[in-house]
Write a protein that binds this ligand. Structure first.
Ligand SMILES: [Zn+2]
Length: 71
């Protein structure tokens, strides 16, 4: 799963929109939001939420690939 903040996970799992969401664009029944907390992009279509891409959520590091290379 992508890195996202707890608010976004609640949104996807429990369909609970949160105040950090910012609407970016909308067409028909599909809406694109950006989270101001973790900078993830969220796609709302029908009754479903999908995390499209996660930005930099503090705690997980900015470059996880460097962790894998360590050692
Ligand atoms: Zn978020």
């Amino acid at each position: 799963m992508e890195d996202a903040c707890t608010l976004c996970y609640n949104l996807v799992l429990q369909d609970q929109p949160h105040p950090a969401l910012k609407k970016i664009s909308q067409l028909n029944d599909s809406t694109l939001y950006k989270c101001c907390c973790c900078y993830a992009y969220l796609h709302h279509y029908g009754n479903q939420w999908e995390i499209m891409s996660a930005g930099n959520y503090r705690g997980s590091g900015t470059d996880s690939s460097s962790i894998l290379k360590t050692g």
